[in-house]
Write a protein of this length. Structure first.
Lengths: 481, 506
């Protein structure tokens, strides 16, 4: 049933791909528009192969399946149910189902191999007829007490055991990566980064940058924890109170963003410098509000429940929020005047202004949204950890910028797609999770991330310079080709 | 002196250019230009905007390579591939934009070039001494330890000259050096030029100011449309003959006729002012009229247009539109009241090059295409395609990138976006700059059509034939002021406009 495969054979064809085929592929319209989606797909494919593993079902459902087979196909047999000591759920369910189906169960064992052997010998000694052993993978190793050879030896001594058939649930191969639990983890882990990356994409499309988002994650978490604490001094805070606290924290972060926007638009300070400063200020405030480096517990079951998982159809709340926000952001960027303005301001601020675009207001909006989303990300982060941590989100700004850049948004402004950013975030999430599953060390992960960012930007540059065809060609570059 | 000697006997001129030819895509910038420059001579280079002066200078400076032609210095053939080659050959260029590091001292700027250090170490005392020597030679005292950003424009210019001299420049090119100086500073500059000439340096001096040329130049060379019109000794020239040489061409029939009943005043501008760029400018534009606004570059035409459009804040003055006083603080407000501006620089100011023509078209019109907050791109597209038909814009489709259009079609896209706004006052800034001849005619037809529809056109142009051929009335600016207004365009001449443009009386 279970065939062993070498686990690293999956991507040889990819690496060995011929240059011409790659070139043709990269030149195609599909790849130039959805190249990163393609990369994401390849990564998922790779990690699906690389994390392929054997699964031996041992749950009640598996027991029911085996019992159902025996009850319907072979109701006249005498069955012994065998499992290891910790398989009681399996054997119990099996026993119950068989009895209910009218199949005769001559014994149930949960024990180590020697105990199992002892029961078989006991049964054989009493000349009790045994036709089927219903067991599971863990209790029937080969070689072992239930292997054909040792059963044959038993049969020589005890004729009643001569025709014993071992039945266990079918094993199957499935990638760890593609397990529902794992996919849920991947999405949940990246949700904070992906949500804030929405705001970051807007800011970067206007040719700016916001370094303060990581600090705002901490600031928001600590502020909401403190606010709820002050409410909670008289018992569990009410729903409205908690929501008000959350809104207040998000609003404060939006104000932070707005402040950065005012510095950028009003005084012409580069956004890098402004947000470098607000990054420090927000981090400092987070520690100040927390009263030190220790986390502030969140005294609201409601908020903790929110981040604890569960949610809609088993999809974590954070992921639901992320998806809804991406839909909204996509609509905003591609189907509203404001979205068009954001692109125009980044593409050519002066032309936009001379076309009547309220450039300053557009810029203020993007920075405020980026701040607010960082605040929301901070809430989600805090609710998942049940505390507001003043050190939370350190280095997140770079991870978020990486997601945006990998998603194809140009740091020069004017272009980029929301869904590209989502794909960029997912690529980071998949690589991070995949490397964890394949036991790649944390330091190697950093190297891979760095290389990934460079590769994404390089690809973008090559595309623009037209080296991969289809792009804008610089006139008069000379005969260097 | 040796003027009459035979070619074989006379020493070769300091600089000799023969048959210099240079083309850019769509423009033949220089056509077989010959130039001679002797030691201790000031050669004035004259020509209208776009006549090819800058290109010629840049060819000498190594910024452009000529397509054909030979350059010799002291009889030695020379190939100038880059600015370094030019420096090596003793050519120093004083551009209008200075190449100084503002946060460094004068001395540091003077010795910024490679090779001025010994084994990588700076010899400050020696540098300071050399700096003082070179300033003595120029006859100006500047503290070598002063920060460049603290210097006046004139002082920075002297530092640039000193930089060139420290590189043993024997040929000095000065591109409108007096343009940004005060009168007193200009006199100082003249003294410097005279001093350098007496030291045997050959100077090529570009200026629009004819008075200066009479004061400084030994000979005058005139370019027009990239061609060498002539080179004459200064004493054989008069103001009028110089202007004649500069504008020289005859008015061709390249302008479509227009018969429009001109109505009442619509846009009235009074005493508009901003800094030194626009001083006390007043004029009006009538219904169905094309008002030509001309002058030399830097006369304040574009700046005036930007004030009307709200792109810059005015210091003082009033703007009336159809009898209502308006005070646009932002282009949005001007646009809302029906004024639009087609900028000269379409690439940097008119269009978002990385976006599609449809998106550029839609930018000021998005509220028209928005329903319940969402853009209706189909409506936008069909509206744009309507203009593609009516303006005959050559595009592959509504999604073509603006960057990939020709100049004429870019201009039409910009026009389409304003027509969709129902603009009433349309300001064209150099509407045909960088546009080929055929497309020019189409733009002229469009301007006429707009005027016929009762719109009011303010057309800024440096091209005198265009001004004369298209305008119903002409306003000429000089140095931020209106220097004259010409009502009878049919009887006006290019010479008359040129005289007003360079600040003289009509």
């Amino acid at each position: 049933m279970s065939r062993r495969r070498p686990s690293n054979r999956s991507c040889g064809w990819l690496l060995g791909g011929r240059l011409k085929i790659m070139q043709k592929l990269l030149n195609s319209r599909f790849v130039s528009q959805y190249g990163m989606l393609f990369v994401l797909f390849l990564l998922c494919l790779y990690y699906s192969f690389a994390t392929m593993a054997d699964y031996h079902p041992a749950d009640e459902q598996a027991a029911a399946d085996v019992a159902h087979y025996l009850v319907t196909e072979r109701p006249a047999v005498q069955v012994m149910v065998i499992g290891r000591p910790n398989d009681k759920a399996y054997t119990g369910a099996m026993d119950e189902q068989l009895r209910r189906g009218g199949v005769e169960v001559v014994g149930v064992v949960n024990g180590e191999p020697n105990e199992i052997r002892a029961r078989l010998v006991e049964l054989g000694g009493a000349s009790t007829q045994l036709d089927v052993v219903a067991t599971l993978h863990a209790a029937a190793p080969d070689p072992g007490v239930l292997s054909p050879s040792s059963l044959a030896k038993l049969a020589e001594q005890y004729p009643s055991l001569a025709n014993v058939q071992v039945i266990k649930p079918s094993s199957y191969r499935w990638p760890v990566f593609l397990k529902t639990d794992n996919l849920r983890t991947v999405l949940n882990n990246i949700s904070v980064v992906a949500i804030i990356a929405i705001g970051m994409t807007m800011v970067i499309i206007t040719a700016g940058i916001d370094l303060s988002v990581g600090s705002l994650i901490a600031f928001s978490g600590v502020v909401v924890a403190r606010l709820i604490s002050s409410l909670a001094s008289s018992g569990e805070p009410g729903v409205i109170g908690v929501i008000a606290c959350c809104i207040a924290a998000i609003a404060l972060c939006a104000l932070f963003g707005l402040f950065a926007g005012v510095m950028v638009t009003g005084f012409g300070i580069p956004s890098f410098v402004v947000t470098l400063a607000t990054m420090q200020i927000a981090r400092g405030l987070a520690f100040t509000v927390a009263g030190g480096p220790q986390p502030v517990p969140i005294k609201s079951e409601l908020l903790i429940q929110f981040g604890a998982g569960g949610g809609l159809f088993g999809i974590p709340n954070a992921v639901v929020v992320m998806v809804l926000l991406y839909i909204a952001a996509h609509l905003l960027m591609s189907h509203t005047a404001l979205g068009r303005y954001i692109y125009a301001v980044g593409g050519n601020e002066e032309a936009a202004r001379l076309s009547g675009v309220p450039v300053k207001r557009v810029l203020l909006f993007t920075y405020a949204v980026c701040g607010a989303l960082a605040g929301l990300g901070g809430l989600i982060d805090a609710s998942a950890f049940k505390t507001g941590v003043p050190k939370a989100g350190e280095g997140y700004e770079l991870l978020i910028i990486a997601a945006v850049v990998v998603g194809g948004t140009s740091l020069a402004g004017g272009e980029g797609k929301m869904l590209g950013t989502l794909i960029g975030a997912l690529i980071l999430a998949v690589i991070s999770n995949g490397m964890y599953l394949t036991e790649v060390g944390a330091y190697t992960q950093m190297i891979v991330f760095g290389a990934l960012i460079l590769a994404a930007v390089l690809l973008d540059m090559l595309k623009k310079k037209g080296w991969l065809g289809g792009g804008l060609r610089q006139p008069g570059v000379g005969d260097s080709s | 002196m040796v003027q009459g000697a035979t070619a074989a006997g006379s020493p070769p001129p300091l600089l000799r250019m023969r048959g210099i030819d240079k083309s850019f895509p769509g423009v033949h910038a220089l056509r077989t230009i010959d130039l001679d420059l002797k030691r201790g001579e000031v050669l004035a280079l004259l020509g209208e905007n776009g006549a090819g002066k800058s290109t010629l200078i840049k060819t000498l400076g190594g910024a452009h390579q000529p397509d054909a032609g030979k350059i010799t210095i002291d009889g030695q053939p020379l190939v100038i591939r880059n600015p370094h080659d030019a420096q090596q050959a003793g050519i120093g260029i004083i551009y209008q934009e200075f190449n100084l590091v503002p946060a460094m001292t004068v001395r540091e700027n003077l010795f910024l070039r490679p090779g001025s250090h010994r084994l990588g170490f700076i010899r400050a005392a020696e540098e300071r001494q050399q700096a003082e020597q070179v300033f003595n030679r120029i006859g100006v005292q500047i503290d070598p330890d002063a920060l460049c950003r603290n210097l006046s424009v004139a002082q920075q210019q002297v530092v640039e000259i000193a930089k060139a001299l420290l590189l043993d420049a024997r040929i000095l090119l000065m591109d409108e050096p007096s343009a940004t100086l005060t009168l007193k500073e200009v006199n100082k500059l003249f003294a410097i030029v005279h001093e350098l000439r007496s030291q045997g340096i050959g100077i090529i001096y570009i200026s629009h100011r004819l008075d200066e040329i009479f004061e400084l130049a030994d000979r005058v060379m005139v370019l027009r449309d990239g061609e060498h019109v002539g080179t004459e000794p200064i004493d054989q020239l008069t103001r009028d003959s110089m202007i004649e040489m500069m504008v020289g061409r005859t008015l061709s029939k390249e302008f479509p006729t227009r018969s429009v009943e001109i109505g009442e005043d619509r846009l009235i501008v009074k005493n508009l002012a901003r800094g030194t760029a626009v001083r006390d400018v007043s004029f009006s534009v009538r219904r169905g009229e094309v008002l030509g606004l001309t002058g030399l570059v830097g006369a304040g035409r574009t700046e005036t247009a930007r004030l009307i459009f709200g792109a810059d804040r005015k210091d003082s003055g009033t703007i009336q539109l159809d009898g209502n006083s308006i005070n646009p603080q932002h282009p949005r407000q001007a646009i809302a009241s029906g004024i639009c501006l087609l900028t000269e620089d379409r690439k940097n100011q008119g269009l978002v090059l990385g976006q599609s023509v449809r998106e550029n078209f839609g930018l000021p019109n998005l509220e028209r295409f928005t329903r319940v907050g969402l853009l209706q791109q189909n409506k936008e597209r069909s509206s744009f395609l309507g203009y593609v038909q009516s303006l005959q814009i050559k595009v592959t489709g509504s999604e073509q990138l603006a960057a990939t259009l020709s100049g004429g079609n870019q201009q039409k896209v910009v026009l389409a976006k304003w027509l969709e706004r129902n603009a009433e006052i349309i300001i064209f800034d150099e509407p045909t700059r960088g546009i080929d001849v055929g497309a020019k005619y189409e733009i002229y037809l469009l301007i006429n059509k707009l005027a016929a529809e009762g719109k009011s056109i303010l057309m800024i142009s440096s091209e005198l034939p265009e001004i004369l051929g298209m305008s119903d009335r002409i306003v000429v600016m000089h140095d931020g002021r209106v220097s004259g207004e010409i009502e009878d365009v049919a009887a006006a001449t290019q010479q008359q406009i040129m005289r007003l443009a360079i600040g003289g009386a009509a």
